[in-house]
Design a protein around this ligand. Structure first.
Ligand SMILES: [Ca+2]
Length: 260
């Protein structure tokens, strides 16, 4: 999705009692009780992060907005863009996943998923799909896609055909606005758009098994006033590390989940 709507529209979207959101002019909250910042790294504050991925020791990012959409490989320690593929100016890039040596990058509304060689970022064609593209991850066999609703779709990477879909629910109620995704130790983790929260989802049933509340990020000393919402989760399975960032954030955080 593009930039966050103004506060009034936001309230209408979320309804009374909706999720907290980061654009309220409230004092900086203390870090939430459910996580600890292990480390922080530079992040391009011009990067409108739509997908974040750590695979085989490499950090990849998909950035959105028309005219600014890219696929990039980024050095974790410095934030330096090591290589980059710029999309055509009419494309608005979204979620990013990796499967069997290829990268798959969604677009918001054009129904095109771009395929790349993960080692070189060279384009290797595209897949077509219906509806909007928001987040993307994989479970080692299928690509898993969100579209801003409460539905997750499991897709064949070769054809993008839908193999199955599941409605994500929390205590029986659908959880809409599922955005950036990450497959973490057998669960699907999903940013909920316009909130500071990540849903932990059982991919078989769609049931939310828990929440990660990232209230407090970005840390006050890393705020520059232009940042947009939390939107980036990457899991380094080899070293069991979790990374999060957001749209236009100046830092990327390694976090650890702790008991509240
Ligand atoms: Ca991700």
């Amino acid at each position: 999705m593009p930039r966050s709507p103004p506060a009034l529209l936001l309230l209408a979207l979320l309804g009374a009692g909706g999720c907290s959101h980061p654009s309220a002019p409230a004092p900086a909250p203390a870090p939430g009780p459910g996580y600890r910042v292990v480390a922080s790294f530079p992040h391009d504050p011009q990067a409108f992060t739509q997908g974040l991925l750590f695979r085989e020791g490499r950090l990849y990012e998909s950035t959105g907005l028309e005219g600014r959409s890219t696929l990039r490989e980024v050095a974790l320690q410095t934030g330096e863009v090591l290589r980059q593929h710029a999309l055509a100016p009419q494309e608005f890039a979204e979620g990013l996943a990796s499967l069997e040596g290829r990268l798959y990058q969604l677009t918001w509304k054009s129904g095109r998923a771009f395929v790349y060689d993960a080692a070189t970022l060279q384009p290797e064609g595209e897949r077509r799909y219906e509806g909007e593209g928001w987040g993307l991850t994989d479970d080692g066999r299928s690509l898993i896609q969100s579209d801003g609703s409460a539905t997750l779709r499991f897709r064949d990477p070769g054809t993008f055909a839908v193999q199955r879909s599941v409605t994500v629910t929390d205590e029986g109620r659908p959880v809409p606005y599922l955005n950036e995704l990450e497959y973490v130790r057998g669960e699907v983790w999903a940013n909920v758009w316009l909130s500071d929260r990540i849903a932990r989802i059982d991919p078989a049933s769609g049931r939310v098994t828990g929440w990660v509340d990232l209230t407090g990020l970005p840390l006050p000393e890393h705020r520059h006033g232009e940042e947009d919402v939390l939107n980036g989760i990457a899991y380094d399975a080899a070293e069991d590390r979790l990374f999060v960032t957001g749209k236009l954030w100046s830092r990327l955080y390694e976090i650890r989940i702790v008991a509240p």
